[in-house]
Design a protein around this ligand. Structure first.
Ligand code: GLU
Length: 442
């Protein structure tokens, strides 16, 4: 199958987890089918789109592990939209309307009073050439609506199955504003045609747009692509993520030290029949995840699940993978990494944990353990040390004091590390060496 997909964010803010979902679902689909991935910046809204946001989106996408095969910006493709506009005008599908916002409000209020749906009444279709000339002479500039067929548009959704959108229950959509700028609907269709998009995978908030857009594809003489509308990811409170409401962005997760793969897995596998668990790579997820596995119900982000997954990815990370990142933090040593990785939730946690090895550590020594620790010092075997030192030492201590379990181990841990939890003492001991251990036990 020849596949080209696109992810089409509007660069009006940095992307969040909810945006990462279609970004990655499209990528998985492309990988699964050996297809192409287009990044399309929907930046026709000049007032709200910025180049800085667009660059930020590219950066966030790259951090997640996706490099698009092609990047296009709608702001650079106006000629294509103008050509489509002219064709739709010529075929009578695009018509000028002169109502002001207030007039439209009044029409809607009147319809509601009469118990009718507030659908645009198409009064503009009855305007004569003279009417239009007069309105233009008054200084009015038209906005342009697409005349819907009013058919039941049916399509087989890759995720939701058979869908029907009744366009006769909808107002003819405005495709062009009075200032001549394009709304999202038409440029999206023109680009999907022009770029040979075969599959449109996007949020289910677009299902009714699809009804409109299928009619526009037909009006432009093109077959519509195949659609897949996925459930939207809600935040921990069950609200939609928003670029404006200060939802945690992908850039925030990066700055907080999360693994891109953990963020990608949570963004896509939440609300599917696959469980949120470690994968080796995006490719490995692409192999497993079929769009039909996306559930029809809601998908809710669970921050605890992200932390747990992030930790699991780190606990399995090899030293080869970790080494460049360790050295960026001024750290090194395979033994230290293998000892400490078990304790990490996020990679940068390693900085704090490594202080257990490099020191200084404030040993915690309870008054009632003084004597026990003095004995522990005395029984600490001479070097050279290997992995068996811990057992030798604690067996000797057990025999000498009769202590076991927590009473035996916790005072040692508190003295050697200054804390109740942490890495395995067996390996830590060897890393520290005899002299440091003696110091901390005093
Ligand atoms: N810019 C649109 C959005 O972010 C794209 C929707 C689509 O994929 O067609 O919602």
């Amino acid at each position: 199958m020849n596949v080209t997909v696109r992810w089409a964010p509007s660069p009006t803010g940095r992307i969040h987890l909810g945006n990462a979902r279609p970004a990655l679902l499209n990528y998985f689909f492309a990988r699964r089918h050996g297809g192409r991935y287009v990044l399309r910046m929907d930046d026709t809204d000049l007032a709200r789109s910025t180049r800085a946001f667009a660059d930020g989106i590219e950066e966030d996408l790259a951090w997640l592990g996706v490099v698009p095969d092609l990047l296009v910006r709608q702001s650079e493709r106006t000629d294509l939209y103008d050509a489509a506009r002219d064709r739709l005008i010529a075929s009578g599908r695009l018509y000028p309307c002169y109502e002001t916002e207030e007039e439209l409000d009044r029409k809607r209020a009147r319809a509601r009073l009469l118990g009718k749906p507030p659908i645009y009444d198409r009064a503009a279709l009855d305007l004569t050439a003279e009417d239009k000339t007069r309105l233009e002479a008054e200084g009015r500039r038209p906005h342009w609506r697409f005349r819907l067929d009013g058919l039941a548009v049916q399509f087989d959704d890759l995720i939701k199955g058979k869908q029907t959108v009744n366009t006769n229950a909808m107002s003819d959509p405005v495709l062009i504003r009075a200032d001549g700028s394009y709304l999202y609907t038409l440029p999206s269709v023109v680009d999907d045609i022009e770029l040979g998009i075969t599959h449109v995978i996007r949020g289910e908030d677009h299902v009714s747009n699809t009804g409109t857009q299928v009619e526009i594809f037909e009006a432009l003489g093109s077959a519509a692509p195949i659609f897949g509308h996925h459930n939207l990811l809600a935040d921990a409170q069950g609200q939609g993520f928003s670029k404006r409401l200060g939802s945690q962005s992908i850039a925030d997760f990066r700055h907080d030290g999360y693994e891109p793969l953990a963020v990608a897995i949570v963004a896509t596998l939440t609300g599917t029949s696959l469980s949120v668990e470690p994968y080796e790579s995006l490719e490995a997820i692409a192999e497993k995840l079929d769009l039909s596995m996306i559930s029809h119900g809601a998908a809710r982000f669970d921050p605890a699940e992200l932390n747990g997954l992030n930790a699991r990815l780190l606990h399995n990370m090899s030293y080869e993978q970790a080494a460049p990142r360790l050295s960026a933090l001024g750290l090194e040593g395979e033994a230290t990494w293998l000892l400490l990785r078990e304790n990490l939730v996020k990679f940068p946690d390693i900085v704090e944990w490594s202080k257990l090895v490099t020191g200084p550590v404030e040993p915690v020594i309870a008054a009632e353990d003084r004597e026990f620790l003095a004995l522990a010092r005395a029984l600490l075997p001479p070097e050279p040390w290997d992995d068996t030192i811990w057992s030798q030492w604690t067996e000797a201590l057990k025999a000498a004091t009769g202590r076991k379990g927590k009473a035996l181990y916790l005072p040692l841990r508190l003295a050697l590390t200054g804390r109740h939890d942490g890495p395995e003492l067996r390996s830590l001991l060897v890393l520290l060496g005899r002299k440091v251990c003696l110091d901390r036990l005093s």
